[in-house]
Design a protein. Structure first.
Length: 193
């Protein structure tokens, strides 16, 4: 099950937990998220001299989709290293670009981005939180504790359709969708106190 995102997540956090016995759990979790993003993105994250080295030995899937694994892993890495705001801004930028001629604006992808952002922040917020996340994730086998239900969210919308249905970023209909996504993420077991 090497292509199963929750299993890979469990493996990297089990290793982070083991390495934290003699190290800093926040740094170990950052390293785990870096390694996970590298694996999911096919070694394109830290390529030398800006040249992407594609190393795909089977695609990794989250909730049945490769793109969800990519969105989540990259967002978690960005949040852990550059902050949740940077991560969310990058995800929104990608969706706006997709609406202009790519695969279309997707609230599903945006939900994966936001869940990854929340995850990356939670995994590296503090020593106590980092250890808690390691404990919870070391045996992960499914995504239900960290990834929201997204299959009913609108996606594949060209810019004109997105603006017609949601008015654009920051408009009331758009904000309602973001609030719904945030509520789903906040309700996940891993974020419960």
């Amino acid at each position: 099950r090497r292509g199963d995102f929750p299993v890979l997540l469990g493996e990297v956090f089990a290793l982070a937990k083991q390495r934290s016995r003699n190290g800093d759990p926040v740094l170990e979790n950052r390293a785990a998220l870096n390694s996970l993003a590298e694996r999911v993105l096919g070694s394109r994250l830290m390529s030398q001299q800006g040249i992407a080295r594609t190393d795909r030995k089977g695609e990794v899937r989250l909730a049945g989709r490769v793109d969800f694994a990519q969105h989540f892993a990259l967002s978690a890495f960005l949040a852990a290293t550059g902050g949740e705001g940077l991560s969310e801004m990058a995800g929104l930028y990608k969706e706006l670009k997709d609406a202009q001629g790519g695969s279309g604006f997707s609230f599903n992808d945006l939900a994966a981005d936001r869940a990854g952002s929340r995850f990356g922040k939670a995994a590296t917020r503090s020593r106590v939180q980092a250890l808690k996340m390691q404990e919870l994730l070391a045996l992960a086998k499914s995504s239900e504790s960290f990834f929201p239900q997204v299959d009913d969210l609108p996606e594949f919308m060209p810019q004109q359709e997105f603006e017609k249905r949601f008015g654009g970023v920051g408009q009331p209909a758009y904000q309602r969708m973001i609030e719904q996504i945030e509520a789903r993420i906040a309700g996940l077991p891993i974020y419960a106190d």
